[in-house]
Design a protein around this ligand. Structure first.
Ligand code: ADP
Length: 388
């Protein structure tokens, strides 16, 4: 450390003359915190100089002096170095160790997923067997459980699709085989009357074939992937039911069945896809006509209660045995109460379509067919929409 004392003009008085004086603007000599700081050089060493103004009386005359204290910067540089060493270096080490730890933890954390990924990649797309939970790490236990559930559902869906194609082919083959047999018999016959009779049978089987194909198409339109093609609008169920009935009067007439609409004509608004709801209503009424003996009755009505609108289709037909009721909504299921061939022979998909359409509309279908009350009653409950 070096010092110098200078007078108010900055002229050297005492100390080391190398400790230079640098004039600062507006220094208050009465204020001890008011000083001037600057850098200089003493014997080629860089120094930091602090110049403090002081007032001092000599022979009662007040004068101003400047005291300069210079300090080599070695010490400060050393302190700086120490700060860097004790703050920056440990922080750096901490940061690097944290990075290494995070990398290690992420790698370790992801390893069960990578292991699972390898197991899935190694599988064939046909292999929908559940992944063995015993051998998978605990961390992905639940994920594997959910994956297994999904694969189980996928497996069931694929099996059911295969069964569907199989059953559909079977349903189409039966009338086609009949048509071929009739053609063969007609070709072998010389009798005009018999040929006419065969042609009539061919026409009946062809109609049945077209009906089954239409139903299969209708069923495919109710599948979830076809949902986007649905057009949900606000519609009056009473109007739609009456329109559907008009298309079925001729079928009812053939069996002298009294097909009627009973109940209130008041509008019953629901949200729905008109074409699909038409199919639902059509299938229920057509079944009523099909499974009711000649001269019977099929009655349709609509009731509103507690924000629900209920469509009721009832007939005086043969009824559905209790044990058949849980199955009639399954695809290709035909009850024991119906003939498997002949006039009322169907493909067993009418109610499956009705159920899918009801699901699509968040509606529920119920059957009421009891021993003590003849016939069958189908109830379809829709959510009502308040009329605008
Ligand atoms: P399909 O009429 O072509 O056989 P559905 O899916 O429409 O197929 O009906 C399934 C089964 O439910 C029928 O085979 C029949 O056993 C029974 N069923 C449906 N509606 C009635 C009804 N109104 N009366 C008696 N049985 C019915």
């Amino acid at each position: 450390m070096f010092y110098s004392i200078r007078d108010d003009q900055g002229r050297f008085l005492f100390g080391n003359p190398d400790v230079i004086y640098q004039k600062a603007d507006d220094l208050d000599p009465t204020d001890p915190d008011d000083f001037n700081v600057y850098f200089g050089k003493i014997k080629n060493e860089s120094v930091r100089i602090v110049s403090i103004p002081v007032e001092h009386s000599i022979n009662k005359v007040k004068k101003q002096f400047f005291i300069q204290v210079a300090e080599t910067r070695n010490q400060r540089t050393e302190i700086q170095r120490q700060i860097i060493f004790w703050i920056v270096i440990p922080q750096l080490i901490l940061l690097i160790s944290a990075l290494i730890l995070v990398r290690f933890a992420v790698k370790r954390g992801l390893s069960p997923i990578l292991y699972l990924n390898e197991k899935i990649i190694a599988r064939s797309y046909k292999d929908l067997k559940p992944i063995d939970i015993q051998n998978v790490p605990l961390e992905v236990d639940r994920l594997v459980g959910s994956l297994n559930n999904l694969m189980g559902e996928l497996d069931n869906a694929i099996k059911s699709e295969n069964r569907f194609v199989n059953d559909a082919a079977h349903q189409l083959r039966t009338p086609l085989a009949g048509i071929l047999a009739q053609i063969q018999l007609a070709q072998e016959s010389q009798d005009v009357e018999e040929i006419k009779h065969r042609l009539e049978q061919i026409s009946q089987s062809s109609k049945r074939l077209i009906h089954i194909i239409n139903q299969l198409l209708s069923l495919s339109k109710t599948q979830p992937e076809a949902m986007h093609a649905s057009q949900f609008v606000e519609l009056d169920l009473v109007v739609l039911v009456k329109k559907t009935m008009e298309d079925l009067f001729s079928l009812a007439d053939l069996k002298k069945i009294d097909l009627g609409f009973d109940g209130s004509n008041e509008a019953a608004f629901i949200m729905g896809d008109e074409q699909k709801l038409y199919d639902l209503i059509h299938n229920l009424i057509e079944n009523g006509i099909k499974y009711t003996p000649n001269l019977g009755k099929v009655n349709v009505s609509i009731k509103s209660k507690n924000n629900k609108i209920c469509l009721i289709v009832e007939d005086t037909g043969k009824g559905i045995p209790k044990e058949d009721q849980p199955n009639v909504f399954k695809r290709f299921y035909r009850g024991d109460n119906v003939t498997q061939s002949g006039e009322d022979a169907g493909a067993g998909i009418g109610l499956a379509i009705a159920k899918e359409i009801a699901n699509m509309h968040e509606a529920t279908i119920e059957i009421d067919s009891r021993n003590e009350k003849p016939g069958t009653r189908f109830y379809v409950y829709f959510d009502a929409v308040a009329p605008k």
